[in-house]
Write a protein of this length. Structure first.
Length: 456
C-alpha cells in the first residue's frame, strides 16, 4: 500500500512537472542557442553576452519571483474549491506584476551605464551595453506572460504554457539565425541581433497566452471575478509577502552567479567566456529541476488547502527523491562529457580547457542545486518565504561568495576558486531548506493531529 501511494505521487508529480520542465528547458535552450551562435563570433561577444545577461537575469529573476505569488494562492484556492478567489488572485497578480515590470525596466536602464565601472575589459563593455538595453525592453511582455503562466500552473494545468513557450522559443532561434548573421536579406547585427530576437519572441509569447486564457471556456467562471477596479489592499499585501521574499531568494542565488561572472571578468576575457559556457550548460539541468520545484509548489499548496498534512509531507519528500535522482544523471553527464560540451560553443583552446574544469565543479553541485530549488518550491507551497530568503542570503553572500573570492584571489585558485565558493553556497542551501521543510511540515502535522483528537 505504501509503495503504491508513492508510485501514485510520482506519476501525478511527473505529469504536472514535465510540461513545466519542457517549458523551462525551452527557455534555457534559447539561451544555449544564443550563446552557441554568439560564440561563433568570438570570445569577446560571448563574454559581452555573459556580462549583460548576468545583470539582466538578476533583475528578471526578481520579477519571476514576484509573479510566483500567484501560483500557491491559486493552488490553495483551487484545493478549497473557491472559484471566485482564483479570479481575484489573478487580477491582483496582474496589477502587481505590471507595476513590477515597469519598475524593473527602469532599474536596468539606470544600471546599464554602470557596466563601465565594474572593472571589465573595455571591448566587452562596449558590446554588452547596447545588447543589455535591447533585451531590457522584453521585461514588460515577459512579466505579462508570467502572470497568466503562473495562474494556469496554479490550477495544475501546465501543458498550455509549455506549448506556447516551445513554439516561440523556436521562433527566437530562427530570428537569431536571421539577425545575428544577416541571412535572407536581414541586417547582420551580431550580438544585438540576439537581443532583438529575444524581444520579438517574448512579445509574441505574451500575446499568445493572453489569447489562450481569455478565449478558452475553461477559465470563464474564474475570469468573472477578474476586476482591476475592485482591488483589495489585504490581498495585495498577502501576495507581496510571498512575492517579494521569493524574488529576493532568486536575487540572492542568481546574484551570486552574476557576481561570480563579474569576478571572472577581473581574471580575464577567457575566464568570463568559460564561465558563460559552464553556467549556460548547468542552467539546462537547473531549469528542468525548477519544473519539479513548480510541481512541488502546486502540489504542496493544494494539499495545504485540503488540510491533508500527512499527504503533504509524502508529496514533498517524494519530489526531493525525484530531483536527487534526476540531477545525479546530469552530474554524471557533465563529468563524462566535460571536454566535449564546450566545443559546441567555441573553438578557442584556452576557453575550452577552462570551461571543462568548471564543468567538473558543475557536476558536483548538480544534486545540491536540484534539492535547493525543490526545497524553495515546497516551502512556497506552504507560504513560507521569509526564512528561506534568509537562508539563501547567508549561504551565498555570507559564506559562498566570500569563500570564492578568497580562494580565487588570495590563494590564486582563479576561476576554480570562484566556483568552489558557489558549490559551497548551493550545498548549504539544500541542507538547510530540506531541514526547514521537514520541521515546518512536521509541526503542521502535529497540529492537525491535535485538532482531530480534541473534543468537538
Amino acid at each position: 500500500m505504501r509503495f503504491s501511494a508513492y508510485k501514485e505521487d510520482f506519476t501525478t508529480t511527473f505529469s504536472l512537472a514535465y510540461p513545466v520542465m519542457l517549458s523551462q528547458l525551452g527557455q534555457v535552450m534559447v539561451g544555449v542557442a544564443d550563446n552557441v551562435m554568439v560564440g561563433r563570433l568570438g570570445a569577446v561577444p560571448l563574454a559581452a553576452a555573459s556580462l549583460a545577461n548576468s545583470i539582466f537575469f538578476l533583475i528578471l529573476m526578481f520579477g519571476i519571483g514576484i509573479s510566483m505569488a500567484v501560483t500557491p494562492m491559486v493552488a490553495a484556492a483551487d484545493g478549497e474549491g473557491k472559484t471566485g478567489k482564483i479570479g481575484r488572485y489573478l487580477s491582483h497578480g496582474f496589477v502587481i506584476n505590471g507595476f513590477a515590470s515597469l519598475v524593473l525596466f527602469l532599474v536596468i536602464l539606470g544600471l546599464s551605464p554602470g557596466l563601465k565601472w565594474l572593472g571589465q575589459p573595455e571591448e566587452v563593455v562596449v558590446l554588452a551595453i547596447p545588447y543589455l538595453l535591447i533585451i531590457t525592453f522584453s521585461l514588460v511582455p515577459f512579466m505579462f506572460f508570467q502572470t497568466y503562466k503562473q495562474f494556469i500552473e496554479g490550477l495544475s494545468q501546465t501543458k498550455q504554457a509549455m506549448y506556447i513557450t516551445v513554439l516561440f522559443n523556436l521562433v527566437n532561434v530562427g530570428l537569431n539565425w536571421l539577425l545575428i548573421y544577416g541571412k535572407w536579406g536581414f541586417p547582420e547585427l551580431g550580438l544585438n541581433g540576439a537581443g532583438w530576437a529575444t524581444l520579438v519572441s517574448r512579445i509574441l509569447m505574451a500575446f499568445a497566452i493572453y489569447m489562450y486564457v481569455t478565449r478558452s471556456g475553461r477559465y470563464t467562471r474564474m475570469l468573472r471575478s477578474f476586476q482591476l477596479k475592485n482591488l483589495r489592499f489585504a490581498i495585495l499585501k498577502k501576495m507581496l509577502r510571498i512575492g517579494i521574499p521569493t524574488g529576493l531568494q532568486f536575487v540572492f542565488e542568481v546574484g551570486a552567479f552574476s557576481t561570480a561572472a563579474i569576478m571572472m571578468g577581473w581574471i580575464g576575457i577567457n575566464a568570463l567566456a568559460a564561465h558563460q559556457i559552464a553556467i549556460n550548460l548547468a542552467s539546462v539541468s537547473y531549469m528542468m529541476a525548477s519544473g519539479l520545484s513548480a510541481a512541488a509548489m502546486v502540489r504542496v499548496g493544494n494539499q495545504l488547502g485540503k488540510n491533508d498534512i500527512a499527504r503533504l509531507r509524502q508529496v514533498g519528500f517524494t519530489i526531493f527523491g525525484m530531483v536527487a535522482v534526476f540531477m545525479a544523471v546530469f552530474a554524471l553527464f557533465f563529468l563524462l562529457f566535460r571536454n566535449y560540451l564546450p566545443l559546441l560553443y567555441i573553438d578557442e583552446r584556452p576557453v575550452i580547457e577552462m570551461a571543462a574544469t568548471l564543468l567538473i565543479i558543475a557536476g558536483f553541485f548538480q544534486v545540491s542545486d536540484g534539492l535547493q530549488v525543490v526545497g524553495l518550491g515546497a516551502l512556497r507551497g506552504l507560504s513560507d518565504v521569509k526564512v528561506p530568503t534568509l537562508v539563501t542570503l547567508v549561504a551565498y553572500w555570507v559564506i559562498g561568495l566570500p569563500l570564492g573570492y578568497v580562494l580565487a584571489f588570495y590563494l590564486e585558485w582563479n576561476e576554480l576558486g570562484i566556483w568552489i565558493g558557489l558549490l559551497t553556497g548551493l550545498t548549504l542551501t539544500a541542507i538547510m531548506l530540506i531541514y526547514r521543510f521537514h520541521s515546518l511540515s512536521l509541526r503542521l502535522y502535529r497540529q492537525s493531529l491535535q485538532k482531530q483528537s480534541s473534543p468537538a
